[in-house]
Design a protein around this ligand. Structure first.
Ligand code: LMR
Length: 390
């Protein structure tokens, strides 16, 4: 049987983890996979997570199944955190294995409900198109970001939507765009909300970096504008980065609908899709998030930790932009971008030179994980980047 299959290439982003690990150079620098790192290069378990885990260890009295849709308290708390208590929108949530699980269920739901095409701005996280293609969802791409100019091509986004019709969907990044760090202005969010409502498009909003951009509430302002305007929406939430729960695979998919009965139909479909795939989501990460968001002291601790991560990132962005500014005109944009990523105009050959000659690791797209920088290394990194960017 297996000999009939073609061998599949490994995911280039995830393959970087192994390549970096196997590099024996002591001064190597990992700007690859998107995880937050502290000044020592570690991705520690957050203090609030440790405290929630201690509480769970003490109080959890069963490992029996939770429910087909997962932990409903977690879902309610996460909805409030992302979408806000006051939306008044009819919605249904299903807990998923990470943000990728949420995107997969969303994509299957869209395919099942006859979505004509999904508009996808490029560049985007490579797994987006891979997931949508895997479920047979037709994709139509448009330019979102000009890497050379380091700016959003908003006119190209609006042009793509000018031909969109009812039955079309559009993928939006809530904040901290992966891979560009580019941030829509509130006017641009309003324009998007307007066209989405007018044409009755379904926004699929990927929210994976809440808190890393401008603030925990600030990072979902645009998303909330869209939800308020759109008749229907899908919101894929990842807790991997914001709660540092990467390997626990914690996330949710929310369906926003015009009536509660329509939201319930969406929920029943999402639950069926999950049941025939992995049955039920893993519990631990969701239980941790529920505990953190329930207890004021833990919630405050998490907020403080999230804020500290953002301050460090912003500081690194400023330092990198300054160090690059002597050799690269677009450097100030790096400081203005948000989240853990920026996308540099580097060729594949440039990326290989950085990797092989300097031990600096990033995907071939030229995306850098700013959190992978240590303050003391910024000048060294800038010195090798400048001749390639200038
Ligand atoms: C990334 O973009 O590096 C992260 O979201 C990790 C992943 O799964 O690709």
């Amino acid at each position: 049987m297996f000999e009939k299959l073609a061998s599949q290439p490994s995911d280039p982003l995830l393959a970087l983890i192994r390549l970096f690990k196997d590099d024996k150079r002591s001064d190597k620098i990992d700007l690859g996979v998107g995880v937050y790192r502290d000044e020592t290069g570690a991705t520690p378990v957050m203090r609030s997570v440790k405290a929630a885990e201690a509480l769970l260890l003490e109080t959890q009295d069963s490992k029996s199944y939770v429910a087909p849709e997962g932990d409903t308290e977690f879902l309610d708390l996460l909805w409030d955190l992302v979408c806000g208590k006051a939306t008044g929108k009819h919605h249904a949530g299903v807990q998923t294995p990470g943000g990728s699980g949420a995107l997969r269920l969303a994509s299957e739901l869209m395919s099942r409900s006859g979505t004509r095409r999904l508009h996808l701005g490029l560049p985007s996280w490579p797994n987006h198109s891979a997931i949508f293609t895997a479920t047979g969802l037709p994709i139509e791409t448009h330019e979102f970001f000009d890497v050379e100019q380091q700016e959003i091509r908003f006119s190209s986004v609006m042009k793509a939507l000018s031909s969109a019709q009812r039955g079309d969907a559009i993928l939006l990044h809530a904040s901290c765009h992966n891979p560009t760090g580019a941030t829509l202005t509130s006017t641009q969010w309003s324009e998007l909300a307007h066209v989405i409502a007018e044409r009755r498009l379904v926004p699929l909003i990927d929210s994976a970096y809440q808190g890393f951009g401008a603030g925990i509430d600030e990072d979902v302002k645009g998303l909330r504008q869209i939800i308020a305007a759109a008749p229907e929406a899908l919101i894929a939430v990842s807790c991997s980065k914001s709660f540092g729960l990467y390997r626990e695979r914690t996330g949710a998919i929310f369906a926003v609908a015009e009536t509660q009965s329509s939201a319930e139909i969406a929920r029943s479909n999402l639950v069926t899709l999950a049941r025939t795939s992995y049955s039920m989501p893993p519990d631990h990460g969701a239980a941790v998030v529920r505990t953190i968001l329930t207890f004021e002291k833990l919630r405050q601790e998490w907020t403080d930790e999230m804020n500290a991560m953002r301050y460090r990132l912003n500081d690194l962005r400023r330092q990198l932009a300054k160090a690059l500014s002597a050799g690269w005109q677009m450097a100030p944009q790096i400081a203005a971008q948000q989240g853990i990523f920026s996308l540099l105009p580097l060729s594949e050959a440039n990326v290989m030179t950085l990797r092989h000659e300097h031990g600096i690791y990033m995907p071939v797209s030229g995306r850098i994980n700013v959190a992978g920088l240590k303050a003391a290394e910024i000048n060294r990194v800038a010195d090798v980047l400048k001749p390639l960017l200038g």
